[in-house]
Design a binder for this molecule. Sequence first.
Ligand code: UDP
Length: 317
Amino acid sequence: MRAVITGGAGFLGSHLCDKFIERGWEVVCLDNLSTGAEANIQHLTANPRFSFVRHDVTRYIDVPGPVNAVMHFASPASPDDYLRLPIQTLKVGSLGTHNALGLALAKKSRFLLASTSECYGDPDVSPQPETYWGHVNPIGPRGVYDEAKRFAEAMTMAYHRAHGVDTRIVRIFNTYGPRMRLNDGRALPNFLYQALSGQAITVYGDGHQTRSFCYVSDLIAGILALFDSAEHLPTNIGNPHEITILEFAERIRAITGNKAELVFKPLPQDDPKRRCPDIRKAQALLHWEPKVNLEEGLKLTLEYFQKKVAEERRVTG
Ligand code: UDP
């Protein structure tokens, strides 16, 4: 069996590469390394069942030989990244998804789209069930990501309905863990990096906005359960434990021993006020729910960040 994983050198993509290799599959990892890193897949490169191709999936995807699964994970995913790369973000969600679906159609393979809770925008329903259509500003700064992913969902359903492609759509909520980029700009990397370098943690707005953080191993288990199921409609995977960003900052200060006062900065435009997955569908259909609580997950992530920050200090002297 052989899987093509787009964005395979990214945070989630590289964990998926690991899982397919563990399952005994061959893995073709495609990544243009715009936000991914070769370091995330370095441990796999000696494996004869693993290959890495540096490729931008907004261009035609040519993979010779049979393919049984296309996992489409290529995209910037941090608000800072998609604000810095707005056109690339729109292109990978639209053209990239079209190319990845074309590959799945040509190879008669199963296709899984990495979609997002951003499809719900700044929701006026909480927690968010899959049946909620969302509250998205198409022309705001986050629109480049939200609308690209909404288009990607529409395209995936169209390939399913018009061409009979065996598709899956996972709506991924905030996820954290090893292999996140230190400087990707999201709350967890920012907070941990700041705390470990003795800087003040930057809270945007008054910090009363909420998020629900899922540890990466739980998220990957949910995605694989969805992949193995027969469900074509979008399915939320995330941890429903909702906390405010202020509480989250305090948790990071506590585990790192950071003593600096919090610094408050302006809230970015259209920053969702609440985000929490309704996971009843995943529980019933996939018999999946998260197992790792925030305390355990943060401990594991802290160890990774400590190593990375130490490496960075050695490099920069
Ligand atoms: N945030 C923050 N300080 C930071 C980075 C992010 O307060 O240094 C806030 C951000 O405004 C948002 C939440 O943390 O309300 C989560 O942001 P993140 O970038 O992790 O992802 P999002 O869930 O917004 O896609």
